[in-house]
Ligand binder design. Structure first.
Ligand SMILES: *Cc1c(COP(=O)(O)O)cnc(C)c1O
Length: 245
């Protein structure tokens, strides 16, 4: 029994570190294929639904940035893992009654899609902490059920959020609609739209440097369109059972 547990534990360690190597290699290959430096794309390991023990395995394999979707679960894990130098990103839908926990515990938020949330986060960010690093989430495919600001509302929101005191606006985030076609050109299309919006905002004078796009299934298409950060869960930790976002 004990032997089995040890074996199982060992195989998890090996799997997560091997998966991380595979994902890093995919990122490097995708960047190189379009003439970008491999180091220009950061990897966010999405640990939602996985216990702190899995985060520690990834940590042991050199991963430092982790993404969480659910406030309580994320805060609990941050406290449980409590390792200096870890960077926690909140990437899930954010209700306004949960903003304080996020402002107090996370370094980044990728999922701001309305003024009220940004304003609350700014007001609740502790003075002792560095400014909260944020991306605005854009509903690039105009899906009725998806979070994210409508693309046409993003410029006004971005200019307003950029002026908030305890927040540093870094860029844009999107989760495109699942692409039925495996066609690479089709997959790139929504990422291209997000990139053009990003470039427009930079042309308008906003100092943005982060395009948060690409997940396990579409890292390559996102990097081809300029992703600077990919958010990867399944390809690192495995298929999630339980709830989905
Ligand atoms: C779950 C999730 C991811 C990771 O998705 P995978 O397909 O498991 O890589 C990335 N971004 C957001 C916002 C998520 O909710």
């Amino acid at each position: 029994m004990l032997y089995c547990q040890i074996l199982r534990k060992k195989s998890i360690v090996t799997t997560i570190s091997a998966n991380l190597q595979t994902v890093r290699a995919r990122i490097a290959a995708a960047a190189t294929a379009c003439g970008r430096a491999p180091g220009s794309v950061a990897l966010l390991a999405v640990s939602k639904t996985w216990p702190a023990s899995r985060v520690r395995e990834a940590l042991a394999a050199g991963q430092r940035a982790f993404g969480e979707n659910y406030v309580q679960e994320g805060v609990h894990k941050i406290r449980e893992v409590a390792f200096p130098g870890l960077q926690w990103h909140f990437i899930g839908p954010l209700q306004s009654n949960k903003t304080r926990l996020v402002a107090e515990n996370f370094a980044w938020v990728h999922s701001i899609d309305r003024w009220k949330t940004a304003e609350r986060l700014s007001g609740q960010r502790p003075e002792s902490a560095p400014p909260l690093q944020v991306c605005l989430q854009v509903n690039v495919d105009g899906e009725a059920t998806k979070s994210g600001a409508a693309p046409e509302d993003v410029p006004a929101l971005a200019h307003a959020v950029a002026k908030l005191p305890r927040i540093a606006l870094r860029g844009l985030m999107a989760i495109p609609a699942p692409a039925p076609a495996a066609d690479f050109t089709v997959r790139r299309e929504p990422f291209g739209r997000l990139r053009r919006l990003f470039e427009q905002l930079r042309d308008e004078g906003l100092a943005l440097d982060t395009l948060s796009m690409g997940m396990s299934g579409d890292i390559e298409a996102a990097i081809a369109e300029g992703a600077t950060l990919v958010r990867v869960g399944t390809a690192i930790f495995g298929e999630r059972a339980g709830r989905e976002s």
